[in-house]
Design a protein around this ligand. Sequence first.
Ligand code: PLP
Length: 394
Amino acid sequence: STLFDALKQQPADALLSLIGLYRDDPRPQKLDLGVGVYRDETGATPVLRAVKAAEARLLETQDSKSYLGPEGDIRYTELLQPIVFGKAVPADRLAGVQTPGGTGALRLAAELIAAAQANGKGAGVKVWLGTPTWPNHAPIMAAAGLAVATYRYYDQASQTVLFDEMVEALKGAAAGDIVLLHGCCHNPAGADLDLDQWRAVARLVAERGLIPLIDLAYQGLGDGLEEDATGARLVLDAVPDALLAYSCDKNFGVYRDRVGALYVKAATPARTELIRSNILSLARANWSMPPDHGAALVRIILDDAGLTANWRAELDGMRARINQVRQALAAGDPSLAFLGRQRGMFSLLPLSGEQVGILRRDHAVYMAGSGRVNLAGLTLATVPQLIQSLKAVR
Ligand code: PLP
């Protein structure tokens, strides 16, 4: 017997096994609403033209692959900053580092919180997650040794944000607790806070001394780059200390290149430096340095007005397509009207696990067992098919 006998088998990723089932399904009309990436009207997840152009430029101009440093590409995090924060945060109050995707940013945030807690500054700190949320949030926090608490966020059956319940639950949070908020395009619910609700949350976290951790993984895929950051900025403006985990993987379509950033806003320049030194040391112990390629592409794009304009146009196109599919579903069936009010690639259909199974078996419609659908898996041509299939299982 060895040490590793003590390990327990872990469940396979349900969405990955769904991909296999879908691939092996011979029915030509099959619909894949399971995967978590953008698809165009041909079903492809293409490399954006602006990204291809940046890659060509990188190939020509990159003269070394020597190490950068644990902070990654500094110009990348600087160029991203105005897109995320507007002009809201003074530079000496914001520490930003490049991370391997939004996942790396969340993990680094969790490690920072855990490090502060270990030094006695926040014994028993809890991270408050809304339910439902991205299924990786709780494991990431747990992996860093943090305690998780939950607040109910969204009711799948009635398609409503449970704002009063959320506020009541967060009134039970202790000063110093962390509150994770989806900045826009909530995954999986598709339902975001409205502006009044963001303002109320900003007041609540400020009054109670809570620390917001904003997960902004889909900026530009909801209502627009500026619009999608409004809630996050309201909250950041209201508090002395805040964390923001960012992903470029979806809005630049560079998923496998793993492009993210962790930004920490702190009350004073001295504390900003203190936090920066800690996140750099934690990054070193985790991945030493983030992978360069994707962030270099984002940097090249954002450093060039023409490429930036092209990227924005392509992002506008992705957003328009998602929202067009949403509007078509809402117009096609009154019971799907909520999809037209929601934003981002994902929504939760009010279906039981059994109904999800029947949709797969009898209608070749593939979605996560939770009823989460990726609306980018549809086109205007396939919207009626989904509507008919849903009617058949109701
Ligand atoms: N946060 C949310 C809400 C997500 O949906 C995802 C990806 O699905 C991430 C973070 C992580 O993104 P990345 O692929 O950049 O690690």
